[in-house]
Design a protein around this ligand. Structure first.
Ligand SMILES: Nc1ncnc2c1ncn2[C@@H]1O[C@H](COP(=O)(O)OP(=O)(O)OP(=O)(O)O)[C@@H](O)[C@H]1O
Ligand SMILES: [Mg+2]
Length: 239
């Protein structure tokens, strides 16, 4: 299958005063359309930096990201934003919900922001994913009236509502208990298998990583072979 995400020699160094903090030191990989890829690595290995660059939220110092063959950096700011909103759904570790809006509005605002009019088919999709995520009875509540797990499920519904080709998730289960983690991971798997969405999920947790078809291991801003990652005894081929 064609590559939907191509990362080519990505480099990023943060500058704190006079000190350079290298976060990515030349990261290259491809994700095929319809794949579910997990990215694991120790704290500080550059996973979130990679997430922000792949999603076009941060610029790399070097290298390229191609999404569906299109180079983000070649686009105008407006075109890049449009591509991001139509093609990519984001899930963040800290949910990033709008506190004054109900769960329902937090989800449907993603549709409004993408400039889409709601069709009956969209409404059916809304109902399907909110029911699958078990938040259909909580839609009139604001984030402060929801548990962390419910908030993350709302955030996931928001990411999926536009049926983006790509779902990027940075530690989506990092703040959740086992039950909520399972709901979120199963939904990601279902988005991948049933809805055909490409998923790239960053996680610390080997059991969560095993939900992916393939695991990319990062260390010190580079991709390393699985054998060099002592945190990962899991062989995805066996799961
Ligand atoms: N905004 C920033 N300014 C300066 N340094 C940063 C910034 N963001 C990240 N870094 C540094 O870049 C490196 C990679 O950080 P990054 O957040 O990508 O790691 P991570 O793998 O996501 O870690 P974690 O598992 O803790 O979330 C770290 O050394 C970090 O301290
Ligand atoms: Mg991170």
């Amino acid at each position: 299958m064609a590559a939907i995400i191509q990362a080519q020699e990505l480099r990023k160094t943060y500058k704190i005063g006079k000190v350079d903090v290298p976060a990515l030191r030349g990261v290259s990989f491809e994700v095929a359309e319809g794949e579910f890829v997990s990215v694991v690595g120790p704290s500080g290995s550059g996973k979130s930096t990679l997430f922000y660059i792949l999603g076009g939220l941060t610029k790399a110092d070097g290298g390229r990201v191609l999404i569906g063959g299109t180079d983000f950096a070649q686009l105008s700011d407006g075109e890049r934003t449009r591509l991001r909103k139509s093609k990519i759904g984001f899930v963040f570790q800290k949910f990033n919900l709008l506190p004054t809006l109900s769960a329902r509005d937090n989800i449907s605002i993603a549709r409004d922001i993408a400039g889409r009019k709601s069709t009956p088919d969209d409404d059916a999709h809304f109902q399907k994913i909110t029911a699958l995520l078990g938040i259909d009875k909580r839609l009139d509540h604001r984030p402060s009236e929801l548990s962390g797990g419910e908030q993350q499920r709302v955030a996931l519904a928001r990411a999926l509502i536009n049926r983006p080709a790509i779902v990027l998730a940075d530690e989506p289960t990092g703040n959740l208990d086992t039950k909520n983690s399972d709901i979120v991971l199963n939904m990601l798997r279902q988005s991948n298998k049933e809805f055909g969405q490409t998923v790239l999920m960053i996680t610390h947790n080997p059991e969560a990583a095993a939900f992916g078809d393939r695991i990319i291991h990062m260390r010190d801003g580079e991709i390393v072979p699985a054998a060099k990652d002592p945190q990962m005894p899991y062989d995805p081929a066996k799961h």
